[in-house]
Write a protein that binds this ligand. Sequence first.
Ligand code: CP
Length: 324
Amino acid sequence: MQQFISVNDVSNINSLVKKSLVYKSNPLMDQQLGRGKRIGLLFLNPSLRTRLSTQVAAANLGMEAVVFNVDKEGWALEFEEGAIMSGNTVEHIKDAAPVLGKYFDILAIRTFPALKNKIDDYSEMYINQFIKYAGVPVVSLESATLHPLQSLTDIITIQEEMNKAPESFNGRRPKVVLTWAPHVKPLPQCVANSFAQWITAWEEVNFIIAHPKEYELSEQFTRGAKFTHDQNAALKDADFIYVKNWSTYNDYGKIYENDPAWMLTEEKLQQTNHAKVMHCLPVRRNVELSDEILDSPFSLVTQQAGNRVWAAQAVLSEILQSIK
Ligand code: CP
């Protein structure tokens, strides 16, 4: 693997999932693989899980991880080609990225969208400029449109649950629902885009997206998915429910309604097939998801967040093998 930006960088999803689960049962089995190698984790935005799980994954592979909170500690970077840098930006990515490429064997980057201009965000200029100028493999820690380490984790978690109770899925594909949830502020579409992209590429489940009118996602990432505006219809007989808010895509970056009726409740779970509930975290309790669900045995959120380590470890392992 030369980079990890989207599902398109993965030749076989099932192999990567399997590798992740092997690491989960034997975390230190490849401790020599990353010996003498260094990864730079660059954050232009906050993180808890992505930062720490990737550091743990790197340590498990014997690599050194250096975290750099670019937004707080670094020079203000310019990303536009040909920019006249007479404003607030101090250093061009053309100059900074090659330097980082000299310090690190792998660069991993988190760059959220600004949610001001769809064309700008969906061009993925920030991460693409790192890829263009770094000269070393780049891993997305969540970009403007996608969150691939989260999506790999989500599939690992679904597969793990399927492995635990194979009789429940004997001869049938699990039903997976991605449902929009209320939130108090506009959030990126990354997690929803990425989950849709990975789950449709995986081809192991029946997948439907439920959202209020006006919350359509980009066709670029959701091709092959079914859609409904009827959350209850989607939840019927569901095996897995992925709860996530996202802001509008068409009239970009807005929240029109914060309808509490879309919050998943225990009552709504009754119509499912004892569905397990997923969320990438952080979660706004009793806005996106109720306490009663998050604190119930149906919630997979802690297991899911724990699996972030094994997803990152499998991806770093694949990249290390390609640069040995
Ligand atoms: N799910 C996720 O990416 O969490 P963090 O934002 O805390 O890294």
